[in-house]
Write a protein that binds this ligand. Structure first.
Ligand code: THU
Length: 160
């Protein structure tokens, strides 16, 4: 038996002002998308904006449903929209932000496991890392240099 250590490395920015200008503007799109979320059940709004290599920005927000599991997270809403609209474009960067009506979200809020799996599909397909920046409603912003860094030991198609 041997132990295998798996670790993730994040870069953490103190606030929005510390971000490079292009990411600050991508995050501004995500904040705009977040405010358009349809989240009447959780009151937890999430926005996701994606920068593509054709310079387009595609955004999405979480969309909830009275039948709770039928809703969809912001990240998947955005990435499936990007895949549907620009199937040949590569995904360069993603900016994510979440806010809650019930509490202050002042720490970086990472994408859920299901969204990481969905994003991984595109990162593996394009053979190029996707940078992911994520935050709450305010405060620090975390950056992962790739999706695989956020979801090591991933389930992927080569095992099928
Ligand atoms: N949600 C997202 O949009 N992204 C995530 O990564 C985690 C959760 C949404 C789903 C649901 O509408 C609400 O946040 C509460 O879970």
């Amino acid at each position: 038996m041997k132990e295998v250590k798996i670790e993730s490395i994040l870069q953490v920015y103190n606030d929005l002002e510390e971000l490079p200008p292009d990411i600050r503007s991508l995050m501004a799109s995500a904040i705009e998308a977040r405010e358009q979320a349809y989240a009447p059940y959780s009151n937890f709004k999430v926005g996701a904006s994606i920068l593509l290599d054709n310079n387009e920005v595609v955004s999405g927000s979480n969309q909830e449903n009275a039948s709770y599991p039928s809703g969809l997270c912001a990240e998947r809403t955005a990435i499936y929209y990007a895949g549907a609209k620009y199937p040949k474009a590569k995904i360069l960067k993603m900016a994510l932000t979440a806010s809650s009506q019930n509490k202050v979200t002042d720490k970086p809020i990472p994408p859920c496991g299901a969204c990481r799996q969905a994003i991984a599909e595109y990162e593996l397909k394009q053979e190029q890392p996707i940078e992911i920046y994520f935050m709450g409603a305010k405060g620090k912003v975390a950056k992962s240099n790739s999706l695989s860094n956020l979801l090591p030991f991933i389930f992927e198609s080569s095992v099928l």
